[in-house]
Design a protein around this ligand. Structure first.
Ligand code: G6P
Length: 612
């Protein structure tokens, strides 16, 4: 969480910092701040969003060709002006911005207090900059070395940038557990939490590794050391990201743009990997580890949030097609449960950002037990793909809206390809079924396109239910994870309480909630459990609940029962999640807009959760 940017070079830093912070706002938006170094060290920071910071800095001295900026997702200390970053050192000559948590901040703070330090904020971050200054003074070392020595005393996660009035020609940056990228321009350097603020200035970047510290000069070469003082050669990579992918492209919100991008993102995800004509599924990234899949007695998915829902869909797919037992774990539970992991387990970590702290910790745990770790991630070059043995990118392009949409369908697409490939290699699926599913999968983007044409109807339904206080989502089999995802989308962006349930489980509790006020969204598409879901709909109707059903095109039975229906094109039951989730995404979007919610940046949430 938290977004970090910094600049050193020949141009004015402020415009880059502000633009960069807007791009990183998905990482947190509790408060924002900048520090600019000219002859003075000017710090402007306030509670609220980056736009509030801009208003606050209006008319103030924003000169400086060296500076840094921060957008915060609060961990220690409430979101207010004082706790906003940058944080000052004791003398106020140094400032720091930080993403992560310093776990041992309390004893460090107590020790520093004894030595006469006074603290203004409640943050762990302020403790770190005080410690750095204390070391610099007492050990009489250069700024970078003081940072390095301090980081050896720190337990926890950090991505930090430090600047000092006494060092007007250098930025110090370091990371452990939270990401940091350095862009290399002509006589200038950029630093950011991800590459999105950098891409329009340079394509050459260095991703800092854990426990590395970067000495970034105004002139000359970037130097990297480990915090144990071992020199490292910077590994410069070329960015593939396109600038247009980071703009709203005429849509009111990123979320809507991303929902509409799905025909393209699903296609991109399959591009070069699937040919129904030739009967081929290829996932180059995992080919070397295929034997591990074929020998696996079990697959364990670890993920959080929407990615966990993609794992649930994959459970049905892998068990049905590849006949391998599957467990789907919340990464946060798995990591602290002392789980039983065998060397012949394949652990698949699913993550849009590739940075989620709990998922990373789950990976490390499974790795230490000797399991094979496969990543399914969206952000190229992020930490998870670099930590796993092998993996497949989802190629959905940057997802900026905090509520995940196109990343989910891309994850499900990759996992479907994976299950099909393994099933085919294992011989657990007939050749005709394999071919049938390949060609059906190829037709999914066009079917999603068709669902998007129902937008006006979905908007109409949103109008009817926008004032609901509770909602229930029901699905069965492959559509049960879709029900969970539909409920999550609604609650996270519209703040309406919503629950997803397996349709048949409804009678073991949630049915007590049903009355004429309760909208019940049911995914009632044709498939194995269709008749049973129809019975569940009857049960809701009998209690005067309102039914809004996602149905297969042409279905009259549910239409006659439901208050509203949204039709989706017919597809194979295994692929229904890819199509049926789309109207639910649209519905949440419209309800949230109608309720005046901030769709792209819902309260209290962040897109990339780099703290546990
Ligand atoms: C946060 C986001 C969710 C996301 C989850 C997991 O909660 O708001 O949209 O599903 O983290 O993130 P990941 O990047 O690992 O998929």
């Amino acid at each position: 969480m938290c977004g970090i940017v910094a600049y050193i070079g020949t141009r004015q830093a402020y415009p880059f910092l502000i633009k960069g912070l807007h791009r990183l706002e998905y990482r947190g938006y509790d408060s924002a701040g900048v520090a600019l170094l000219n002859n003075d060290l000017n710090v402007y920071k306030c509670k609220g969003k980056v736009s509030d910071l801009e208003a606050f800095a209006e008319g103030k001295d924003k000169e400086g060709t060296l500076g840094m900026g921060h957008t915060r997702w609060a961990t220690h200390g409430v979101p207010n002006d004082v706790n906003a970053h940058p944080q000052y050192s004791e003398s106020k000559n140094m400032v720091i911005i930080h993403n992560g948590i310093i776990e041992n901040y309390a004893p460090l703070k107590a020790e520093l207090k004894k030595r006469g330090h006074t603290f203004l904020s409640d943050t762990d971050t302020e403790v770190l900059i005080h410690l750095i200054e204390d070391i610099k003074k007492n050990e009489n070392v250069r700024l970078g070395d003081a940072v390095r020595i301090a980081l050896n005393e720190v337990i926890g996660a950090y991505a930090i940038v430090v600047i000092s009035k006494d060092n007007p020609d250098e930025i110090i940056a370091a990371k452990k557990g939270s990401p940091l990228v350095i862009g290399i321009g002509e006589n200038e350097f950029f630093v950011a939490s991800d590459a999105t603020p950098i891409v329009e200035y340079t394509k050459n970047v260095v991703y800092l590794e854990d426990e590395e510290i970067a000495f970034i000069p105004r002139k000359g070469e970037l130097k990297i050391k480990t915090i144990k003082n071992k020199a490292k050669t910077p590994y410069v990579q070329e960015l593939e990201m396109k600038l247009e992918a980071l703009e709203k492209g005429g849509f009111d919100h990123f979320m809507l743009k991303e929902i509409y991008e799905q025909p393209r993102s699903i296609r991109d995800c399959m591009r070069g990997r699937l040919s129904s004509e030739r009967g081929i599924v290829n996932l180059g990234g995992i080919i070397e580890y295929e034997q591990k899949f074929l020998n696996a007695k079990r697959i364990i998915f670890v993920a959080c949030g929407t990615s966990w829902h993609a794992g649930l869909v994959a459970e049905y797919l892998f068990e049905e097609l590849a006949r391998i037992p599957v467990e789907v774990e919340y990464a946060s539970e798995f990591r602290y449960r002392n789980p039983i992991i065998y060397e012949d387990d394949v652990v698949i970590a699913i993550s849009q950002s590739g940075e989620t702290a709990d998922t990373l910790a789950a990976i490390e745990l499974a790795k230490s037990k000797g399991a094979t770790i496969i990543g399914v991630c969206n952000v190229v070059g992020s930490t998870i793909p670099r930590t796993t043995h092998a993996g497949s990118y989802t190629h959905a392009g940057p997802e900026i809206g905090v509520a995940s949409t196109k990343a989910f369908t891309a994850q499900v697409t990759v996992l479907t390809l994976m299950a099909l490939r393994i099933a085919h290699r294992k011989g657990s699926i007939s050749s005709s079924r394999f071919h049938q599913l390949l060609s059906e999968l190829e037709s999914i983007p066009a079917k999603v396109e068709k669902v998007l044409q129902a937008n006006d109807k979905v908007k109409y339904i949103a109008e009817v239910y926008k004032n609901a206080t509770n909602a229930l989502y029901l699905g069965r089999g492959y559509t049960f994870p879709v029900a969970l995802e539909g409920a999550l989308k609604l609650k996270e962006i519209s703040y309406i309480h919503a629950e997803g349930y397996p349709a048949a489980e409804m009678k073991h509790g949630p049915i007590a909630l049903i009355d004429e006020e309760m909208p019940v969204f049911v995914i009632a598409t044709k498939g194995g459990s269709y008749e049973k879901v129809v019975s569940n709909i009857q049960e809701v109707k009998a209690r005067k609940g309102k039914i809004i059903a996602v149905v297969t095109e042409g279905d009259q039975v549910v239409k006659d029962l439901a208050d509203y229906t949204i039709e989706i094109p017919e597809t194979d039951e295994l692929l229904v999640p890819l199509v049926s989730v789309v109207p639910l995404q649209l519905l949440s979007y419209h309800i949230a807009v109608m309720r005046g919610c901030n769709v792209d940046q819902p309260r209290n949430l962040a897109k990339s959760v780099t703290v546990e």
